[in-house]
Design a protein around this ligand. Structure first.
Ligand code: AMP
Ligand code: GLY
Length: 433
């Protein structure tokens, strides 16, 4: 099969690594790709949001299957456009991708179908929103831009001044463009956070190994929210009982709700959950694989499973007919190496040095913001590399998995000692909280 993957980050690097193992994968293109992906796929300089460019490329290059990974093209309707041109796709159509594209849509869906989530109010008007926070007795409050904001549209406001600042910068100063003209103000929940990615064809849902993202920029969960600074999988707070409960109370009700709304969801649905004292609640949905969750989760896919076969089965709505198995006795730890200024805009173009000889076999170095500049690997974004280690435990006991995670952590941080670039910054506590 001739395959194209849309996107160019660490997530796409991981997806391509596992697609390339399939005997059916004859040729893989990545649009636009990056410096690491170039080792596995032919990178083509077409932006993920350039829908005309994607469709033209797919037709001109006889693409049999397209995987659309990032949120922007999914929400803009890349899958609709490609499918309408006769190209088979993995990814949600725009009418379903709205589950991420509009947080207000997602909250109203949950309210309508009794899916547990934080209480919320919707505001279209800055003055009304300012009045609401002025009268609030409960702090902190969570303020969210309605639309896509590169993972940065959420502020947990500890007090009135922070809430006012967040509202003004989103609604008046348009910090997130039109994405922030409408906002949600939510009750602040507490508890461990869990990410669950699931394959679904709109009928069957198969959750992958759970994971824990680390969204704050600095150690001890301080600093601004980022796209994600590191991930461990599985998530130690998410046991089999909780998994069964989430499937019953959240996952299947969400699939059913989308079907009832006439918005069948096919692709990877990401559940961002918080395990509160009153049970698991949805913090957010994403219409796609998480980044960097994917870099930690896909290495735990059982070696007998073929990612391409799974994605084809999702696309053809026969997910129940394929085996999707994970290495339940393994754990992984992914640490993001970021540029100095991340999550603000970053200086790029610094040479990246990787001493490959000292890096063990259980390590994957997934590239995010990198590019080849005259055959030299240089930084090209905020998140540069995602270093992932996987380790195996003797059995399935909680202690065994905890030991495997400790080993994976150690291996990931040891591998990082062999990597350097100007301004390289990472959290030293991934997996410790
Ligand atoms: P989101 O982009 O919606 O995942 O939000 C980013 C982060 O903000 C989440 O991972 C949480 O840590 C935090 N957050 C979002 N909503 C809430 C909430 N209602 N209560 C507490 N924390 C939240
Ligand atoms: N790591 C969070 C996300 O992909 O949205």
């Amino acid at each position: 099969m001739r395959i194209m993957v849309v996107g160019g980050g660490g997530r796409e690097h991981a997806i391509i690594k596992y697609l390339a193992k399939s005997p059916k994968a004859e040729k893989i293109y990545c649009l636009p790709g990056n410096g690491g992906i170039a080792e596995l796929a032919e990178c083509v300089n077409i932006k993920a949001e350039d829908l005309d460019g994607l469709v033209k490329f797919a037709i001109n290059n006889q693409i049999d299957f397209a995987v659309v990974a990032p949120d922007d093209p999914l929400v803009l309707g890349a899958v609709d456009r490609l499918e309408d041109a006769g190209i088979k796709c993995f990814g949600s159509r725009a009418d379903a991708a709205i589950i991420e594209g509009s947080k207000i849509f997602a909250k109203n869906l949950m309210r309508k179908y009794n899916i547990p989530t934080a209480n919320f109010e919707v505001f279209n008007d800055l003055d009304n929103a300012l009045d609401y926070v002025k009268n609030s007795q409960a702090w902190p409050l969570v303020i969210k831009a309605d639309g896509l904001a590169k993972g940065k549209g959420v502020v947990v406001a500890e007090n009135l001044a922070q809430a006012e600042e967040a509202l003004i910068s989103s609604m008046r100063d348009k910090k997130f463009g039109s994405s922030g003209e409408k906002v949600l103000i939510e009750e602040c929940l507490t508890g461990p956070e869990v990410s669950v990615l699931a394959f679904t064809d709109g009928k069957t849902l198969v959750p992958m190994v759970s994971s824990m993202d680390h969204k704050r920029a600095y150690d001890n969960n301080t600093g601004p929210n980022t796209g994600g600074m590191g991930v461990i999988a599985p998530n130690p707070h998410y046991d089999f009982n909780m998994a069964a409960r989430c499937e019953r109370e959240i996952f299947m009700p969400t699939i059913n709700a989308m079907n009832k709304e006439g918005r069948k969801f096919k692709g990877c649905l990401y559940f961002g959950l918080m395990l509160t004292e009153s049970g698991p609640k949805v913090i957010e949905y994403n219409c796609r694989f998480g980044d960097p969750e994917t870099q930690a989760v896909l290495p735990l896919l059982n070696d007998e499973c073929d990612l391409l076969e799974i994605m084809l089965a999702v696309s053809e709505e026969r997910l129940s007919s394929v085996r999707v198995l994970f290495k339940w006795n393994c754990a992984s730890c992914c640490v993001v190496l970021a540029s100095r200024e991340y999550p603000d805009s970053c200086k790029t173009g610094f040479e990246i040095n990787i001493n490959k000889a000292n890096i063990k076999d259980n390590i994957n170095i997934f590239h995010a913001g990198t590019k080849l500049d005259n055959n030299k690997l240089v930084t090209a974004g905020g998140r540069v590399l995602a270093v992932t280690a996987a380790a195996q435990s003797e059995g399935l006991s909680q202690e065994g998995i905890a030991d495997a995670l400790a080993q994976a952590r150690q291996d990931a941080y040891n591998a990082i000692k062999n990597i350097s670039f100007d301004g390289m910054r990472f959290r030293s506590d991934i997996g410790l909280h």
